[in-house]
Write a protein that binds this ligand. Structure first.
Ligand code: G4P
Length: 530
């Protein structure tokens, strides 16, 4: 790249999070339309038409009509190069969803205006908070009857524990939706139906003091707006860029992705309020994105994107420098130099090969089975490792057994590889070996994925017996805790992970407190660093 610094400065890498059906796909699609990356709405992922343009990699996706894996889309807009990390919104989502957030520099949270904060949003939100990344809220579907605006904001503040700061304010909703009022410019942007975004919308800007506003929105709506603005000035948090950057204040926007209203305004503000890729922490200190040396970390491994080959793609986030196809880099965990061949990048509707990429970008590399989640690659002379990616707590457990015990070898190989990719976590009885395996997953769909993949890729049939456990806690201080003497409850089970680390699984939260009470000095944690 001719001017690496400029290229990196152009980058904005964010994840979109939402509860299923809030409108994440529709919003993404509209972003891509602005970027000219697609010509026609409907080509990102049409659920009804089963067009899984980007991640059509497994039968199970087609059968269920959902997207199992997260994908990455890149487009250019107004001088910026934007990477959107999509996260599966289905309730059966997996650890991948969480890990994707580790690769993002900020997050956009899409909320359905008639529903407010929903379960999925809450879960993903916790990870954003853990990372202290900026969170932007887009309250969608204003063209439908919406909840009271103040209530929606209260809901976010109470449910997610983050202060909100509306950047614009809706005028009515549903059939009565008239547009949004921009609090800073003091202008109303009027809404016109774009027939599901197929027509150019006429977004007229009218000053709040302009008498013409009365014709546009009517006396009643105008009076209500003035009342609400007054209330807001007394109660709402003020915009503060520093708090936004720290992830403590979420700028809120209102709009309707389907009718393409408020989307471009949102995008413009978002780009102004976010920064170019930031440095990341390693064991040798912060790694500056503008450093000449290339470095990246693996945050996701996806198997079998091509059904005819049993290949894996390791997705990595470039942290610093520039990537060139065919270059060599040191794989820190593997302890050797490797050639980075076959790079891939996701575009709106295809997978394409990339020659060059830089800090902020996501690339997918062909993986012959050498990478694990969290691995570091770098060309720097002084080697370092990026901070590990946490293992997220599985919430569903099942005992996994073989139907044909002659297939033990393939079974162990298959289940270990799938666990290495991070799609599932495997545990053993505290005193047991590989003969009995307990599988833990973040979303129950992963059980089906496991069964399907063991059968189709390793020719192994398994039986899964659901276990009632829902909570997992790693032992933070294993060196001072004697596992044999640990006093448990009847709702608890001792297990160990593949690194032989002891942990406990519980049926209910109450038991966790009980065990802590009964064992002085015991410390438990929900996430484990790899
Ligand atoms: P998701 O990715 O978050 O799961 O949501 P998606 O964009 O697929 O949207 C879910 C449904 O909500 C879709 O309708 C979509 O058209 C609709 N939708 C999205 N944004 C808006 C909006 O601003 N206003 C209104 N009224 N509807 C919106 P569907 O009938 O489930 O699917 P489709 O057949 O229309 O694709």
């Amino acid at each position: 790249m001719s001017n690496l610094k400029q290229e990196i400065e152009k980058r904005r890498t964010f994840a979109i999070i939402s509860h299923p059906d809030a409108g994440k796909t529709t919003l993404t699609e509209k972003f891509l339309l602005y970027g000219g990356a697609i010509n026609q709405a409907g080509s990102v992922k049409g659920k009804a038409t089963a067009k899984h343009a980007v991640s059509d990699w497994m039968e199970i996706e087609k059968q269920r009509g959902i997207s199992v894996t997260s994908s990455v889309l890149q487009f250019n807009y107004d001088g910026y190069c934007i990477n959107i990390l999509d996260t599966p919104g289905h309730q059966d989502f997996s650890e991948d969803t969480y890990r994707t957030l580790m690769a993002a520099d900020s997050a956009v949270m899409v909320i359905d205006a008639s529903k407010g904060v929903e379960a999925q949003t809450r879960k993903l939100f916790k990870v954003c908070v853990m990372r202290h990344i900026p969170i932007f809220t887009f309250i969608n579907k204003m063209d439908r009857d919406a909840n009271d605006t103040f209530e929606l904001l209260d809901d976010i503040e109470n449910e997610l524990g983050i202060a909100t700061c509306p950047i614009n304010w809706p005028i009515g909703s549903g059939k009565e939706f008239k547009g949004v009022y921009d609090l800073k410019s003091k202008q109303v942007m009027t809404f016109s139906d774009t027939r599901k975004g197929t027509q150019e919308g006429q977004e007229t800007l009218i000053s709040i003091d302009d008498p013409a506003l009365l014709d546009e929105i009517g006396e009643e709506k105008r009076a209500q707006l003035l009342d609400e603005i007054e209330l807001l000035e007394g109660a709402g948090a003020e915009f503060d860029q520093e708090l936004v950057t720290k992830g403590e204040l979420s700028p809120v926007f209102f709009g309707s992705a389907l009718t393409n209203f408020g989307v471009e305004t949102f995008l413009r503000h978002f780009l102004q309020m976010t920064y170019a890729p930031l440095s990341r922490t390693s064991d040798k200190g912060e790694i500056n994105p503008f450093s000449e040396d290339f470095s990246a970390f693996v945050f996701k491994i996806q198997a079998n994107m091509n059904k005819n080959h049993r290949d894996r793609i390791a997705f990595m986030r470039i942290v610093s420098g520039e990537f060139e196809a065919g270059m060599e880099a040191y794989h820190v965990q593997g302890g050797k130099n490797i050639k980075l061949a076959q790079p891939q990048q996701m575009m709106a509707d295809e997978r394409k090969m990339v020659d060059r990429a830089c800090a902020g970008d996501i690339i997918g590399l062909f993986d012959p089975g050498i990478f694990s989640i969290g691995d570091t690659l770098t060309t720097a002379k002084e080697k370092f490792c990026f901070e590990g990616i946490p293992t997220f707590a599985p919430e569903h457990f099942a005992r996994c057994s073989l139907v044909d015990s002659m297939k033990r070898k393939q079974f162990v190989k298959g289940i270990t590889q799938i666990a290495q990719e991070g799609a599932i976590q495997i545990f053993q009885e505290y005193k047991g070996g590989m003969e009995e395996i307990i599988v833990g997953v973040v979303g129950v769909l992963q059980f089906d994925v496991l069964k399907f993949r063991l059968q189709s890729e390793y020719n192994v049939e398994i039986r899964l017996e659901n276990l009632p456990y829902e909570y997992i806690r790693w032992i933070k201080n294993p060196e001072t805790v004697d596992m044999d003497r640990l006093v448990g409850t009847s709702d608890m089970k001792k297990v160990k992970d593949m690194k032989d680390r002891p942990l406990l699984i519980f049926i209910n939260e109450w038991s966790i407190g009980m065990v802590l009470d009964r064992n002085e000095g015991l410390e438990l944690e929900e996430f484990s660093r790899n």
